[in-house]
Design a protein around this ligand. Structure first.
Ligand code: GDP
Length: 355
């Protein structure tokens, strides 16, 4: 290219690439669903690590009254010089008790707490090294033994779909025949639609993408819910060593697309949609939380001011419609301004009940 015509901004993507690689990436994945559906096995198979070394399984008696816990496992993985800090959030005890009413609540609260923490950090003085613990994706495991979704599945997904990207998973697909898998997938998709559940929507393909990519993308969208098989053992099949499950009648291979959707799920999570999952979390779920939070704060502030100014007749104070735009642009500064306090104000958790 003629040097005179070349300004140099074409190198911008390289600069961004170098900077991102240097900084490293992070991703937080939540797994939820009844215990025993193969969540830990699948996570280990997905990332080829042993994240559950210290897991303690409870006996039946202990599980009767068990409440839902939230546990976190983090690993740093590196591939071709690219570092990924992967955090897995597990929900042991979910759906295990005799009475499972509202057992999704601790999970929803956990997700909100991460948003709240991020909101505080973002409004604070040192915004350079914010640790982002927001949950980017939730793999929700559906039992292969039921007839579609159970009431608990519907309740969980409806309670969380506005907070996190839900990707439904049909667990232990090796327990079903291919036609059973198709029927179950169809039923689950219908029920998701019927109950108005908003699972993670794959973005539309760009029109300039090549045909192969478009076909791959279409296949990915049609596979929902992903029917998966997990295994942490390597077996020998047709002279090859593969990750699979050995049965008296044969071997089921985890990474064989003819046997299950494991590869599709891994491709989606890691290779094609990880960044989109993070973008949707930031632009949709976190933004919703932030707007609600600011609205609740505004109401509180206006109420408090009105109460004070009611005591001083003749003085007026801006109403909610004037305070809200201010708060949306500069939450912390505006709050100081409105409250006249050097300390930022944080409403008590949960915010919805504070309004
Ligand atoms: P979690 O409680 O949901 O984390 O489930 P685990 O990963 O501990 O798995 C529970 C049991 O199911 C273990 O005995 C696993 O070996 C088995 N398991 C895991 N994945 C699969 C699968 O895809 N198919 C079958 N048939 N069994 C599985």
């Amino acid at each position: 290219m003629d040097d005179k015509e070349y300004v140099g901004f074409a190198t911008l993507p390289n600069q961004v690439h170098r900077k991102s690689v240097k900084k490293g990436f992070d991703f937080t994945l939540m797994v939820a669903g009844e215990s025993g559906l193969g969540k830990s096995t699948l996570v280990n198979s997905l990332f080829l690590t042993d994240l559950y070394r210290d897991r303690k399984l409870l006996g039946a008696e202990e599980r009767i009254m068990q409440t839902v816990e939230i546990t976190k496992h983090a690993v740093d993985i590196e591939e071709k010089g690219v570092r990924l800090r992967l955090t897995i959030v597990d929900t042991p005890g979910f759906g295990d008790a005799v009475n499972n009413t509202e057992c999704w609540r601790p999970v929803a609260e956990y997700i909100d707490q991460q948003f709240e923490q991020y909101f505080r950090d973002e409004s604070g003085l040192n915004r350079k090294n914010i640790q982002d613990n927001r949950v980017h994706c939730c793999l929700y495991f559906i039992s292969p033994f039921g007839h579609g979704l159970r009431p608990l599945d519907v309740e969980f997904m409806k309670a969380l779909h506005q907070r996190v990207n839900i990707v439904p998973i049909l667990a232990k697909a090796d327990t079903l025949t291919p036609s059973e898998v198709d029927r179950k997938k169809c039923k689950i998709r219908e029920e998701i639609e019927h109950f108005g559940i908003k699972i993670y929507q794959f973005p539309d393909c760009d029109s300039d993408e090549d045909e192969d990519f478009k076909l791959q993308d279409q296949a990915l969208k049609e596979s929902i819910p992903f029917a998966v098989i997990g295994s942490n053992t390597v077996v020998e099949a047709r002279g090859r060593r593969v990750r699979g499950r050995l049965y008296p009648w044969g071997i089921v291979e985890v990474e064989n697309p003819g046997h299950c959707d494991f590869v599709k799920l891994r491709t989606m999570l890691v290779r094609t949609h990880m960044q989109d999952l993070k973008d949707v979390t930031r632009e949709t779920h976190y933004e919703n939380y932030r707007a609600q939070c600011i609205q609740s704060m505004t109401r509180l502030v206006v109420k408090e001011r009105n109460r004070k100014y009611d005591q001083k007749p003749g003085q007026s104070w801006p109403g909610e419609s004037q305070v809200l735009p201010l708060l949306l642009c500069r939450p912390q500064a505006s709050l100081k301004l409105v409250l006249g306090s050097p300390q930022p104000y944080y409403p008590p958790f949960p915010l919805s009940s504070a309004s």
